[in-house]
Write a protein that binds this ligand. Structure first.
Ligand SMILES: C[S@@+](CC[C@H](N)C(=O)[O-])C[C@H]1O[C@@H](n2cnc3c(N)ncnc32)[C@H](O)[C@@H]1O
Length: 510
């Protein structure tokens, strides 16, 4: 049974106005409960220390809609005016606790997010009397760390048509209402579709359309300049929860979303998919994505930004240890992943861009940089890698004046030579912005990074290394330029022409 009702515009306005007046915002809630951001919210059940009784309306709202606790009607009425209580009740947000008519309890979770006010299914029983399992179509909450990362990975630059597939609460489409001319949210379950429509009305967003159906099916015939998806991706044989289970290898939905993408993504458009997927023998994930794109794959750039990886055996052992699986089934999973030649499971975001005009196709993998998400790092990477792959780039690079990143550090290995004099034999350069990167290189790499001051051109560096003999005559210019390219690609060296995005502030904290 779906607990909420798509009531009247007046009821939605009454609830919205009350929540606004009560200061029901992410920073206010985080401060009230002593969390860094709303994504770190801990409910009373999860051990947050509690005051004896709600002090004000913000406390009442947190207790009802985020802690999922019963609150005495007397306390509710003391802080919430009657017309607002009526509207909460009429929309199905609030009801009598089953075990006590003197207590109110929420029928859904309700919280502020980057997308505005959002309702999703309860994650606990306020009454503690009924221990019903979650329904298979339970609506996934939008303040999880996964959804935070999903949102933080996407561009929020203005666009025309925005599509969120597997939308659940519709949180990405709700947020896109601010920067897209029109946004669509599509989910396969009726329950998620009703919740997303409820959220659209609660936030009064006339440019967001919610549709029910399988992936692209409800929007066939339409095209988009941004498509985002946080699909179900847990490898699973029983497909119990629609939000979670992604078929035997976890990739069933992701694969279909990518295979059908060419029919829906406009030139210049981007696709963002935050998921878990697999590297296979001789087929790393970003290459497999190219295969999934099919005949038109050369029209697309593909970037995989990883947040972590794990080998299949450890993954299943951890699941069993945390009681999300059993030790008995580890052998079966091992056999399956052996058969599929899976080397590791990779968590992260796939970014796919369709070229506006013909150019070399970029394929790259990086580790996420500092903070959560990408914060525009993908814009930089596509611009730089496309330019660096172009035929006439050597001249531009020779004229550029690189500087060393102030977030980079280099470890140098010294070894004593025959004359007992210590000399560098190799260096390891690292940075955490725009991506997390590690580059190992010869001593000349260490010397070059040390000399890059933003005033000296690459051509001047090369001439000076040639003069000192550090770059011998038999080494072609291209080899030196190749080293510069590697260091720029890694974010160890920066160029004026390809500025890095500013370091992100944590989303949800502002
Ligand atoms: C992990 S939740 C993501 C919800 C939301 N986008 C977020 O990030 O918080 C995955 C959602 O995918 C939906 N889903 C599963 N299979 C689908 C399909 N074939 N087509 C459309 N939606 C699907 C589920 O109902 C669920 O709401």
């Amino acid at each position: 049974m779906i607990p909420i009702h798509l009531g009247t515009p007046q009821q939605f306005r009454a609830v919205r106005d009350f929540l606004l007046a009560a200061g029901f915002t992410a920073p206010a809630i985080a401060e009230r409960v002593g969390a860094t951001t709303i994504y770190d919210f801990r409910s009373l059940r999860e051990g947050r220390p509690q005051d004896a009784a709600p002090r004000d309306r913000l406390d009442v709202l947190i207790r009802l809609f985020m802690d999922a606790e019963m609150v005495e009607w007397e306390a509710v009425r003391a802080h919430v005016p009657a017309p607002a209580v009526d509207a909460f009740t009429a929309l199905g947000l609030l009801t009598n606790a089953p075990s006590s008519a003197a207590h109110a309890c929420a029928r859904v979770l309700l919280y502020p997010t980057e997308g505005g006010l959002v309702v999703s299914d309860l994650n606990a029983d306020p009454d503690r009397s009924v221990a019903e399992p979650s329904p298979p179509d339970v609506v996934y909450p939008a303040i999880t760390h996964n959804t935070r990362q999903f949102l933080a990975s996407q561009s929020t630059a203005p666009c025309e048509h925005f599509l969120e597939l597997c939308s659940g609460t519709g949180v990405a489409a709700l947020r896109a209402a601010r920067f897209a001319r029109r946004a669509w949210a599509v989910d396969i379950t009726e329950r998620s579709t009703v919740f997303a429509e409820f959220n659209v009305r609660l936030n009064d967003l006339p440019n967001v359309t919610v549709l029910q159906g399988d992936l692209y099916e409800p929007v066939r015939g339409e095209t988009f300049d941004r498509i985002v998806i946080h699909p179900p991706y847990v490898p699973s044989r029983d497909n119990l929860y629609v939000f979670r289970d992604g078929g035997e290898d976890g990739e069933a939905i992701t694969r279909r979303a990518i295979t059908e993408l060419p029919g829906f993504l406009r030139p210049g458009g981007r696709f963002y998919c935050t998921c878990l997927a697999t590297d296979r023998k001789d087929a790393p994930l970003e290459r497999r994505v190219r295969d999934m794109l099919g005949a038109t794959e050369r029209e697309f750039d593909v970037l995989l930004v990883t947040t972590g990886d794990i080998d299949p055996l450890t993954y299943y052992a951890k699941k069993a240890a945390s009681r999300r699986g059993t030790f008995a089934e580890i052998g079966d999973w091992y056999d399956l992943f052996q058969r599929l030649q899976v080397l590791q499971l990779v968590h992260g975001t796939l970014v796919i861009e369709r070229h506006r005009q013909a150019k070399v196709a970029v394929t790259a993998r990086r580790q996420v940089g500092v903070g959560v998400g990408l914060a525009g790092a993908e814009d930089w990477l596509f611009a730089w890698e496309s330019a660096a792959a172009s035929a006439d780039f050597a001249g531009r690079l020779l004229a550029a004046r690189p500087w060393a990143s102030d977030r980079a550090e280099i470890n140098v290995v010294l070894r004593a030579g025959d004359d007992r004099a210590w000399a560098p034999v190799k260096g390891t350069a690292r940075t955490d912005w725009p991506f997390g990167m590690v580059v190992e290189g010869p001593p000349i790499m260490v010397a070059l990074v040390g000399r890059c001051d933003g005033r000296t051109s690459v051509a001047e560096h090369l001439a000076s290394f040639r003069q000192s003999g550090a770059v011998p005559p038999e080494v072609p210019d291209e080899q030196f330029l190749g080293l510069v390219k590697v260091l720029v690609s890694a974010g160890i060296l920066g160029l004026d022409e390809f500025p890095w995005p500013p370091l992100p502030i944590a989303p949800g904290s502002a």
